[in-house]
Design a protein around this ligand. Structure first.
Ligand code: DGL
Length: 261
């Protein structure tokens, strides 16, 4: 079984790609909705949550864990790997490398939470792959919470996003890295803003390919999906059709579960 988790709905964008790549796998998706958003929390808090969730997923029988959250990956994936040495753990990092390869203007922008923006891990990623080009790191406060409330295409968000991106677009950024899994659900609005000037870069499919490489026995199952949330599980389930993920609902064999950890 493969365990996938995030602070809330964002990791569903990664889950959908994993299901596409490994259609037979049994999956459990855990949304830490009692503590969303992670992006404005400190590292110690995020690390405690990640370790508790990781241990819970292993106790449920997961042999592969996907941290479907850039913020949790930056703050805690190494700690999780050390704590669970016999479990394969895949993290999600902003697609800096593919963005650098695709950039014509040698200028990219990474949209992230405040926590990821200040992380050493993002700084290392940029040092490794983007030394000779301009990288703007743009924290996007409130964007993940907007996804949580399913206010995806409010006209006021389009205005906020347009203003937020204007300086970096005007300066020539041509690759917009979605450095938070929640932002995949804002892609239609963002695309309409950047169209013709820049393209969005998302890593969900690359993460799914990594799952295929590491899944082993977890690749075969009965196509079952279990949803769990630390608060309001019914909202997690109800979000699936709103987010265009009805195909995931069809895999559920019971309603989303409330989990207290
Ligand atoms: N979806 C997460 C990420 O990729 C976290 C968003 C949040 O909870 O602030 O960073």
């Amino acid at each position: 079984m493969i365990g996938v988790f995030d602070s809330g709905l964002g990791g569903l964008s990664v889950l959908a790609a994993i299901v596409e790549a490994l259609p037979q796998a049994d999956l459990v998706y855990l949304a830490d909705t009692a503590h969303v958003p992670y992006g404005d929390k400190d590292d110690a808090f995020i690390q405690r949550r990640v370790l508790s969730i990781g241990q819970y997923l292993v106790n449920q029988g997961c042999t592969l864990i996907v941290v479907a959250c850039n913020t949790a990956t930056a703050a805690a994936v190494e700690m999780l790997r050390e704590t669970l040495p016999s479990i394969a753990v895949i993290g999600v990092e902003p697609g800096v490398k593919p963005a650098v390869s695709a950039s014509i203007n040698s200028h990219i922008v990474v949209l992230t939470t405040a926590s990821t923006a200040r992380s050493d891990r993002l700084a290392d990623l940029i040092r490794k792959h983007a030394q000779s080009i301009q990288v703007d790191i743009l924290p996007c406060p409130g964007w993940a919470s907007r996804v949580e409330t399913l206010h995806l295409d409010d006209p006021d968000f389009a205005d906020v996003a347009r203003r937020h991106l204007a300086p970096t677009l005007a300066a020539g950024a041509d690759q917009i890295v979605l450095g938070c899994t929640h932002y995949a659900f804002l892609a239609p609005v963002l695309e309409s803003i950047v169209a013709g000037r820049a393209v969005l870069v998302d890593v969900a499919e690359a993460v799914a390919r990594q799952c295929v490489r590491l899944a082993g026995v977890s690749a075969s199952g009965q196509c079952r999906l279990t949803l769990m949330a630390t608060a309001r599980p019914e909202r997690l389930q109800a979000a699936l059709p709103v987010l265009g993920l009805t195909q995931l609902s069809l895999r559920m064999i019971r309603p989303a579960q409330l989990l207290t950890i």
